[in-house]
Design a binder for this molecule. Structure first.
Ligand code: NAD
Length: 272
């Protein structure tokens, strides 16, 4: 029985997502926790990972070194400054990786692509099933409606979120622009503060709201003359991201070729 469990290491263990992931693994009958990692010098190091997340002791000590046994999947929800080092470590130890950290640098993204030539990796700005589907619906709507309908997007997150716009907002906006054959960097507008002209027909506005304890909301609007379509996703509990990320970990553990995968691949949703 034990050898059929998916062995996972949680990186960023003390964080909001880290603790949710730890609890989800410990409550699961298909996974086993083999490592919990957080930053050097941070609080929580040396503590039992079960205690850290409000569960009974589990015998795994929180460490600042990633040393998983062979075959374990690394699930990283930490901070962008840690991403390059964590990818490099996964390469050294040949561990498949589920990467949830958002706001990562262009250098880290380039390294991720390189690493995916050697390792199977699932990377997503949002591991929820609902948002994965929303991205597909955004593509479908953008293709069907064409550029006469103007696309605008806003997102709301808790007061602690550091990156803006959210990785999910960028993902949704890029799905719209690529479905319409436009280059995202040419048409994305993140602020209109100093704008001295009316909206151009091809831009896509992205607005970030921060406050309270919102786990994450995204609304994509397609604005036409006399009518409007709004696609909204609201995350009520960060457990949905943990469930999705751990589903991705089990999918990788089942044996995947090296490559950079998305949640659509894990969910088998296919591509439009
Ligand atoms: P958080 O600030 O609560 O936790 C981050 C944790 O990472 C902290 O415990 C911190 O000490 C730790 N950390 C920092 N440097 C580290 C290092 N070098 N090695 C290991 N751990 C290190 O943040 P959070 O709300 O838990 O979010 C974490 C990340 O996950 C963010 O980038 C967030 O945007 C992202 N996120 C992604 C999804 C998704 O579905 N992809 C969902 C929610 C959050």
């Amino acid at each position: 029985m034990t050898d059929r469990l998916t062995a996972v290491v949680i990186v960023g263990a003390r964080g909001r997502m880290g603790q949710t992931l730890l609890r989800t693994v410990m409550e699961s009958e298909t996974m086993t926790l083999v490592g919990a990692v957080d930053r050097t010098g941070g609080p929580g190091l040396g503590q039992d990972a079960g205690r850290l997340c409000g569960m009974p002791e589990c015998g795994v000590t929180v460490s600042d070194v990633m040393e998983p046994p062979r075959g374990a999947v690394v699930v990283d929800f930490s901070l962008p400054r840690a991403t390059e080092r964590n990818i490099q470590r996964c390469l050294e130890i040949r561990s498949p990786l589920v990467l949830g950290t958002t706001g990562i640098s262009p250098e880290a993204r380039a390294l991720l692509k390189e690493a995916a030539k050697e390792l199977p990796i699932v990377s997503a700005a949002n591991f929820s099933v609902g948002v994965t589907l929303l991205v597909r619906l955004a593509e479908l709507a953008a293709k069907s409606l064409g550029q006469e309908w103007e696309a605008e997007l806003y997102e709301l997150h808790h007061r602690h979120k550091r990156d803006a716009p959210s990785g999910t907002a960028l993902r949704i906006a890029k799905a719209v622009t690529s479905a319409q054959g436009r280059n995202f960097d040419d048409v994305a507008v993140m602020s209109r503060e100093k704008s001295d002209h009316a909206r151009t027909s091809d831009e896509i506005g992205i607005m970030s709201l921060r406050g309270g304890d919102s786990v994450g909301e995204h609304t994509l609007m397609f604005l036409g003359d006399g009518e409007r379509i709004e696609l909204t996703h609201r995350a009520m509990d960060r457990g949905i991201f943990a469930l999705g990320a751990l589903r991705a970990a089990r999918w990788l553990a089942a044996g995947r070729a090296p490559g950079l995968y998305e949640m659509v691949d894990v969910l088998g949703l296919g591509r439009f």
